[in-house]
Design a protein around this ligand. Structure first.
Ligand SMILES: NC(=O)C1=CN([C@@H]2O[C@H](COP(=O)(O)OP(=O)(O)OC[C@H]3O[C@@H](n4cnc5c(N)ncnc54)[C@H](OP(=O)(O)O)[C@@H]3O)[C@@H](O)[C@H]2O)C=CC1
Ligand SMILES: O=C(O)CCC(=O)C(=O)O
Ligand SMILES: [Mg+2]
Length: 737
């Protein structure tokens, strides 16, 4: 890895669809940039790679691999970082277990995931797995704030080639349901750490008998950190979920739960588990002991539960009886019977809610019928943005993609800001009592009375990232002149603390009149109005809304968030270029394996590559990198202009075809430019060979599609087979080498 880290550009090895795409695209990148002596390192941050790096002790030398994520995590704190970061799996427990099983089958002597660790050894193994679980990569690499937007060319393309949008009826019964109170929103308190309070804090649980358990010790809170505490009442959640199920039935719609069990890896699987228990309440009441004995953990979902109880006819019959009495369920895969509650990571709110909204408020039920759905989002902190969007489209009809403007995002993300950094400070209350934060000087910063099972958490946002975020917002507003809104709710404790940073900073810079501050609901309505009128808006948000909005608006405006420019301006001066704003598209892998068609759109990679090369030119004074970067931008434009992006259906051009075209346009742009004669001379014959070979290459790529493709694995496919499947054109391979 040491050599890898010294490379000019680091292009991450990840999972699923983007990793399949890399098997085709990376050889092209390497060939082109080597002409400027630019090196490309490939640190492995895949789920399988991270598991292997975590458990070296029982592996052979050949199997072992370095902890690339840890190394990258350090690199992003240096000015030289230039990382192209593709989306990776944030694993739920079922995914983690499946990945371990696959590695074991491949001869890796990795311990099994201890579901219920009892011995010290099991607890230690479990702790190591817990560090791999959920969103364990992005928070480590994101040492900067987020600038996500659609490049002009991408936006123009979408306006001229509108994607399909479901119609919105004013009579739609689709709605968002949230708890009326006693949720994270209601119980939040927040404070900004003073000089006196700064230092190592602790979090304590005080039982009814006065005994104190330290939940977290040596927890550094720097001066200026905004530190919140809040909890969700388990009783209130249970009652709400039971009510929402009944309400869905009365409405005649589908029940759907939308969580972020991956990034909120401690709290949201618990909330998900409450929903599984609420759905199967009579089964849990009657068979609690048996379910326990079978190792059922509702937080792992109904899929895991069904596997464990499959041989118990009584429980299966009880489940069937309950299901018959329940409302329709929103399905992940109707054909395969995968429900919304099967796996906690199947329905991820940032992708799932926009899909419902784009479809005109529709989901799919078990029989494959389209219908309205009750979108259950228990906590109210951010649910209002979806509620307001639904209200807006019910009133105004679907967005007109051909004329709509764009909502860009500037997101507070650096150094594990806000909820997405809260896993180490999230706890399920062990009993009735009090949970409190005690600062270094002995003061009680926050204190909550809790009941058994309540989900308590503290979130923090540090001063330097907050200030950097406000600067970034001012930069983007100045460069665009767009409407700019801080999505902050003055009535929410945390947001009020942020507003106390934002207002004076804007005033000091003399730009307060260029910005508005609005609660998320009002900001949603305003932004939708703005883009409906064909204008642009910048949403300046915290970390969760950064995540939600950079799927919501792109999916409405562009049909996908895959085409987003996603830049993380690292606070220490480096550049992290994320590819797109979406995920790793598991469904795409399934299609490739079944019919050798990869519909993954590499537009995010194309945009990131151009940015990374231009950044290299600036940061290292590498003029050739700049020439390559400008040519890569021309190639990206060519893909859009000539409609070379992948199609969804087998038999039509796919991801590999788009890479051929990218290489061709890139070579043509390099051959045509006059800034660097050497590069022009080197790429003229490449451009000619790619043009001359067009017919053969496209025929060879097309011929590969149709039959099943074997890549020998899911989490750790064979490198050789992947290359074989993803590079089926001998003519193209001969040119790329
Ligand atoms: N930055 C990161 O590392 C991120 C990682 N993730 C991880 O990704 C996995 C899947 O997450 P999920 O929420 O389902 O979201 P995804 O974004 O992976 O998938 C949602 C859908 O979006 C479409 N899509 C996304 N990217 C592309 C692309 N490049 N080209 C074409 N279509 C695209 C696909 O739609 P269609 O099926 O219609 O083709 C896909 O099924 C999880 O493990 C999650 O943790 C999620 C978000 C960000
Ligand atoms: O890290 C993850 O799990 C997902 C990240 C994500 O969805 C985003 O940043 O948009
Ligand atoms: Mg996201």
């Amino acid at each position: 890895m040491a050599d890898q880290l010294n490379a000019d550009i680091l292009y991450t090895i990840v999972d699923e669809a983007p990793e399949l795409a890399s098997a085709s695209f990376l050889p092209i990148i390497r060939k082109f940039v080597s002409a400027a002596d630019i090196t490309v390192g490939t640190p492995d941050i895949s789920l399988a790679g991270r598991i292997i790096a975590t458990f070296p002790e029982n592996l052979t030398d050949e199997q072992r691999q370095s902890d690339d994520l840890a190394a990258l995590g350090e690199l992003v704190k240096t000015p030289g970082a230039n990382v192209i970061k593709l989306p990776n799996i944030s694993a739920s427990v079922p995914q983690l277990v499946a990945a371990v099983t696959e590695l074991q089958e491949k001869g890796y002597n990795i311990p099994s995931y201890p579901e219920e660790p009892s011995t010290d050894e099991e607890k230690a193994i479990r702790a190591r797995f817990d560090a791999i679980k959920g969103s364990a990569v992005n928070p480590v690499l994101r040492e900067g704030n987020s600038d996500r937007r659609a490049a002009k060319a991408v936006k123009n393309y979408a306006q001229n080639n509108p994607h399909s949008m479901g119609a919105w009826e004013s009579t739609s019964k689709t709605k968002v349901s949230s708890m009326p109170g006693n949720d994270f929103y209601a119980n939040e308190v927040s404070a900004t750490i003073s000089a006196d309070q700064a230092g190592d804090a602790k979090i304590e649980f005080v039982a009814k008998d006065g005994s104190v358990t330290v939940l977290k010790d040596g927890w550094p809170l720097e001066e200026g950190t905004v530190a919140d505490a809040t909890f969700m009442s388990a009783k209130a959640l249970g009652a709400f979920l039971a009510g929402a199920i009944e309400d869905t039935k009365a409405d005649g719609t589908m029940f759907s739960l939308h969580m972020k069990a991956t990034m909120m890896k401690v709290s949201d699987p618990i909330i998900f588990g409450h929903a599984v228990k609420a759905w199967l309440a009579p089964v849990f009441e009657k068979f609690g002991v048996e379910l326990d004995a079978l190792g059922v953990n509702p937080n792992s979902g109904m899929g895991d539960l069904l596997d464990r109880v499959a041989d118990n006819a009584d429980i299966m019959a009880a489940i069937e009886a309950v299901t018959a009495d329940r409302p329709a369920m929103y399905m992940v895969d109707s054909d395969k019977g995968i429900t919304n509650l099967h796996v906690p990571s199947d329905v991820i709110i940032d992708a799932s809610m926009p899909a419902v909204i784009r479809a005109g408020g529709k989901g799919w039920d078990a029989a494959g019928n389209k219908g309205d759905t009750n979108c259950v989002i228990p906590d109210r902190c951010y649910a209002t943005i979806y509620d307001e969007s639904i209200n807006f489209f019910k009133a105004n009809g679907a967005l007109d993609v051909t004329t709509a403007g764009s909502v860009a995002n500037v997101g507070l993300m650096a150094q594990k800001a806000e909820e997405y950094g809260s896993h180490p400070t999230t706890f399920e209350a062990p009993a009735d009592g009090t949970i409190r934060i005690v600062t270094a000087n002995g003061e009680t910063l926050h204190s909550h009375d809790v009941e058994t099972g309540d989900i308590w958490r503290s979130c923090t946002a540090k001063k330097a990232p907050i200030e950097n975020w406000i600067e970034l917002a001012m930069d983007r507003q100045r460069l665009t002149g767009s409407e700019a809104i801080f999505w902050l709710d003055a009535n929410r404790a945390h947001d009020a603390q942020l507003i106390a940073y934002v207002k004076p900073a804007l005033e000091a810079a003399g730009v307060a009149d260029k910005f508005q501050i609005m609660a998320p609901r009002e900001a949603t309505a305003q932004s939708l109005k703005t883009i409906t009128a064909g204008n642009d808006s910048i949403a300046i948000t915290g970390n969760v809304l950064r995540d939600y909005l950079t799927d919501l608006f792109p999916i409405l405006e562009l049909g996908t968030s895959a085409k987003m420019l996603s830049i993380v301006k690292l606070m220490k001066g480096g550049g992290l270029f994320e590819t797109g704003a979406g995920g790793s598209a598991p469904k795409h892998v399934q299609q490739l394996v079944e019919e050798n068609h990869l519909r993954w759109d590499s537009m995010g990679e194309f945009c990131a590559l151009g940015e990374s090369l231009n950044f290299l030119a600036d940061s290292k004074g590498n003029a050739k990198a700049g020439v390559l970067g400008v040519a890569a931008e021309a190639a990206t434009q060519g893909i859009l202009d000539d409609n070379r992006s992948p199609s969804r259906k087998v038999g039509q051009p796919d991801n590999r075809d788009s890479h051929y075209w990218f290489a061709r346009y890139w070579a043509e742009a390099l051959a045509a430019q006059s800034d660097d004669a050497d590069l022009a001379a080197e790429f003229a014959p490449v451009a000619k060979a790619l043009a001359d070979g067009e017919e053969a290459i496209l025929a060879e790529l097309a011929a590969a599609q149709g039959p099943a493709a074997d890549i020998a694995g899911y989490y750790r496919p064979s490198v050789e087979l992947k290359a074989k499947v993803m590079r089926p054109s001998a003519t193209l391979n001969a040119i790329i080498g």
